[in-house]
Design a protein around this ligand. Structure first.
Ligand code: ADP
Ligand code: MG
Length: 252
């Protein structure tokens, strides 16, 4: 298994008191799989990604990546945040290679790989530009390429499209879906958008309100072979939407 969680639980301790974020999280992901996680706002979705990224430790239960219990951040796991976090005073090139510079792995072979990614995904001509000279969609692709530069096997995406307007969001999420498939990554996407989850993933896990437990996991079977845009037009799409909508405890 590429990702394995067994009854993982986490309670935050702070001077103001305790917040039980995750109560019982159990699921697996196979290599190359795309899983989306939906759940009410504040239920513990980002916390769940922090566990897999090795930024937080569970109080109980197991969190493992590629067969090993997670104890610290690992280069196997790439994290793509909600905001693209590109630095305006740096060029696109210097932004997408930032991770390599920081971890002192900015060698010619890795640079060549980044150049290839920029070319393949239509950004080569923008390497010398500043982030503000790019569209929102291009910036998101840069953020993804920066994450891919370190060649992680797992991508964690925390509501990566929420800053984009609806039209851009549709096309960028389809783009990014394509890139993740093409690069053979295992991807875990957190989103509050049920349609996005159904359009992009192989399975959708629904979390309860806080403290989170996994309420259900939906296998998207017949939709999996279709592109995100084709899925949105397929008759099964609405059926899955209704099913997941009922499970999702949006009213608390
Ligand atoms: P989501 O991403 O689903 O919106 P989060 O995982 O960010 O939810 O947060 C879950 C709960 O844990 C929230 O009540 C939040 O306020 C709390 N929380 C998140 N991070 C911390 C922290 N570092 N310290 C204390 N409480 C936190
Ligand atoms: Mg969050």
């Amino acid at each position: 298994m590429m990702i394995e969680l067994r009854q993982a639980a986490l309670t935050y301790q702070s001077p103001e008191g305790e917040t039980e974020a995750l109560r019982d999280i159990t699921f697996d992901m196979e290599e190359g799989e795309f899983l989306s996680i939906v759940g009410p706002s504040g239920c513990g979705k980002s916390t769940l990604l922090s566990l897999i990224a090795g930024l937080e430790r569970p109080d109980r239960g197991l969190v493992a990546v590629d067969g090993e219990a997670v104890t610290a951040p690992s280069p196997k796991v790439g994290f793509m945040p909600q905001r693209d976090q590109l630095f305006e005073w740096r060029s696109i090139w210097s932004n997408v290679t930032l991770g390599l510079q920081v971890t002192r792995r900015n060698d010619p072979a890795r640079q060549a790989r980044v150049r290839q990614l920029l070319e393949r995904y239509g950004l080569a001509d923008f390497a010398g530009k500043r982030p503000s000279q790019l569209s929102g969609g291009m910036r998101q692709r840069c953020a993804l390429i920066r994450t891919l530069a370190a060649d992680p096997c797992i991508l964690l995406l925390d509501e990566p499209f929420s800053a984009l307007d609806y039209q851009t969001r549709l096309s960028v999420s389809a783009d990014i879906h394509h890139i993740i498939r093409q690069e053979h990554k295992t991807a875990l996407l957190v989103t509050h958008d049920i349609s996005e989850a159904i359009a992009l993933s192989d399975r959708v896990a629904v979390l309860s309100k806080r403290p989170a437990v996994v309420r259900s996991v939906h296998q998207l079977g017949p939709l999996r072979t279709l592109s995100p845009m084709e899925r949105r037009g397929a008759p099964e799409f609405q059926e899955f939407f209704n099913l997941i909508w009922k499970e999702l405890d949006v009213n608390g």
